[in-house]
Every structure is written in structure tokens, then in C-alpha cells.
Design a protein around this ligand. Structure first.
Ligand code: MRU
Length: 346
């Protein structure tokens, strides 16, 4: 892979600025926790696992920058940073999962001394980063069996190396299938309004020499009707206890279409995306973003002044429409409730 989405450096955290892709491959150096939080909410970095990894590094970086030698002040300062990271984006549970892992380091307590806690926070953030890449490779290993020679794979948004520490979840499966020498085609939904498919997935797949065809979101039904789609493969931002899955807005449309056309619909996600605290998708908080993302395109209005707009960033696909969930611990089939509990525990 010729690029790094997230990188821990001596002087800060370097993020590939995804707002500028595919035309500019440029990086953003965040030197403090506030700029990390701004990069997450402004979507310079995006994708559930990548958000989690970046937030963990943001906490480690913020802790490093605290000058106070007074333990109570230090711990309060780091806790404030944890809260700041938690406010950036509400849907992807990987964010809260990563913040909690960092809080557990803080819980190891004051007897260790501030410098040691800082060192452990950095170590934990780097561990979360490394683990994510390893987990994605394992998802790829399990998931590649679902891809057959000649398949047409439809994906939505970007669930690739750009959305993770590296390798990707849904796109990791495609990488693994390609590494096995399988030939297949990928259709990338453009993914309105921010075009993660048209801009990011197509760019990432082309880096890997995986053939990709960009389609508008409204073309999916017709392609399925024409028999060009063998399977749908997407990532996830949060999976409830029963298997209901939040992912980029428009994913639910695809799942309904897939059911009608008899096309299997798969979700690929690490176990850090599973939220056993929520009984069903109804409880998943859905991020509402600025409606200008809908009424404007590249800064210019496309709707008349006075037109209202909506901009929920995610939707929830009911588990009934999902054929299987591919995790780093194996492929889960229905009933998901049992499998999700088991793999989350073990
Ligand atoms: O708003 P985004 O771009 O952060 O949304 C990303 C997605 O919906 C991805 O499909 C999901 O996070 C999985 S990434 C491996």
C-alpha cells in the first residue's frame, strides 16, 4: 500500500486529508488534541475504525502535551480530552470503544506517575493501530471465500484502508481475493452527499489495480436487474445485538434492492464495531450533518435558496436483510444474536 491513512509521529499525528482526494494526496499534521478532534468531525479522517484509532492517538498526544506535574490536574485534563473526542461523531461505536480502552489505562492509576501514564497511553494507541491492521487482514482471510471468479461486487461508501489503520474491512476482503489471483469487478456507489465511493473507494482500488466502475447511487437497482451484481459488500459503523447494522446513508436502500433481486448482502466489520449494549438498530444514534452538504456541491449551491434539506449521515439495515457478517473471528450467519455475543465475549 503506497499511503498511510494515519501515522503517529514525534511531532504529532499525520493524517491523509481525505477531503482533498482524489486530486490531491496531501497530509495534515495535528499537533494537539483539539486539531485531532477537528480533523475527525470535519472528516479529514473518516470511517469507523480510523476514527477510533485517531481518537486514541489524539488522547495520547493530548496527554503528552499536558505540562502539569500535579496528578489531579493531569487526570482531569486527559479526561477532558476523552470527552472532546467522544463528541466528534456519534454513530461509529469504534470511537467510544477506543476512548474506553484509553480510559482503562488512566484507571491504572496515580501510583504509576504521570510520565509512565503518558508512555502507556502512547503504547495503547499504537497497539490499537497495529491491532486494527491485523484484524482487517483476518477479515480478509475469512471473507475472500465469498468472492468467486468473475463476480460483480457492489460496495457503498469507503470501507477500505482509508477508513481504517490499513488494509480495510470490505475492501480488505477484495484485496485478499485479489492476492489469491481471483478476477472480479467492483462497482462503487458514488455515495452522496460526500462522494466517498466516487472519490475514495475508486482511488483506493485503482492504487491496487482492482478494476472499479463508479455508478451513481440511483443506478444500483438497474444493475441488479441486469444481473451485473453478484453480491453487495459493505462496512459498518455500529452493529446492534440483534445484527441490525448502521452504515453510510444509502446502505439500507441497497439491502432492500438486494433482497428483491435475490443478491446476497454482506457486512464486513471488526468486533470493535459490535455494540452489545443496544438491543436493536432503533437505539443507534444517527449523526445529522450540515444540510449544506446536500444543497451545495463543492461550495456552490445546487438547490434554490429557501429549499429545505435533510442530511442523516447513516441509516440502519435491519438484520433480516443481511446474509452474513464477516468479522476477524469468522463469518456469522443467523441468528446473529448468538454469534455476536459469542465472538464479543471470546
Ligand atoms: O461518514 P463516514 O465516511 O465516516 O462513513 C463511513 C462508513 O459508513 C463506512 O462504511 C464505515 O465506517 C465502515 S469503515 C471500515
Amino acid at each position: 500500500m503506497g499511503f498511510k491513512t494515519i501515522e503517529w509521529r514525534k511531532d504529532g499525528i499525520r493524517l491523509l486529508d481525505q477531503r482533498r482526494l482524489p486530486h490531491h494526496l496531501s497530509y495534515l499534521l495535528c499537533r494537539n488534541a483539539s486539531s485531532v478532534a477537528a480533523a475527525i468531525s470535519g472528516m479529514a479522517v473518516r470511517g469507523a475504525p480510523a476514527i477510533g484509532v485517531t481518537a486514541a492517538m489524539g488522547i495520547a498526544l493530548g496527554a503528552k502535551r499536558i505540562k502539569s506535574a500535579e496528578p489531579a490536574l493531569f487526570f482531569r485534563g486527559v479526561e477532558r480530552i476523552c470527552e472532546q473526542m467522544s463528541r466528534t461523531r456519534p454513530t461509529a461505536v469504534n470511537l467510544f470503544w477506543a476512548v474506553n480502552r484509553m480510559r482503562k489505562i488512566l484507571d491504572q492509576g496515580g501510583t504509576l506517575g504521570i510520565e509512565e501514564i503518558k508512555r502507556r497511553l502512547e503504547e495503547e494507541a499504537l497497539r490499537i493501530y497495529e491491532e486494527d491492521i491485523e484484524v482487517n487482514r483476518r477479515i480478509g482471510k475469512y471473507g475472500k471465500a465469498l468472492i468467486r471468479k468473475g463476480d460483480g461486487v457492489l460496495t457503498h461508501c469507503n470501507a477500505g484502508a482509508l477508513a481504517t489503520a490499513g488494509y480495510g474491512t470490505a475492501l480488505g476482503i477484495l484485496r485478499a481475493a485479489q492476492e489469491d489471483g481471483k478476477w472480479f469487478r467492483v462497482f462503487a456507489d458514488e455515495t452522496r452527499p460526500l462522494l466517498q465511493g466516487a472519490r475514495l473507494t475508486s482511488w483506493e482500488l485503482l492504487q491496487e489495480k482492482i478494476p472499479v466502475t463508479v455508478i451513481t447511487d440511483s443506478m444500483a437497482a438497474w444493475l441488479m436487474k441486469r444481473g451485473e451484481i453478484s453480491l453487495v459488500l459493505v462496512g459498518a459503523d455500529r452493529i446492534a445485538r440483534n445484527g441490525d447494522t448502521a452504515n453510510k446513508i444509502g446502505t439500507y436502500n441497497l439491502a432492500v434492492l438486494a433482497k428483491w433481486h435475490g443478491v446476497p448482502f454482506y457486512v464486513a466489520a471488526p468486533t470493535s464495531t459490535i455494540d452489545l449494549n443496544l438491543a436493536s438498530g432503533f437505539e443507534i444514534p444517527i449523526e445529522e450533518r450540515d444540510v449544506k452538504e446536500v444543497t451545495h456541491f463543492q461550495g456552490r449551491p445546487v438547490s434554490p435558496k429557501g429549499a429545505k434539506a435533510l442530511n442523516p449521515a447513516f441509516d440502519v439495515t435491519p438484520q433480516l436483510l443481511i446474509k452474513a457478517i464477516i468479522t476477524e473471528k469468522g463469518i456469522l450467519r443467523k441468528p446473529f444474536v448468538r454469534g455476536l455475543k459469542r465472538i464479543k465475549a471470546g
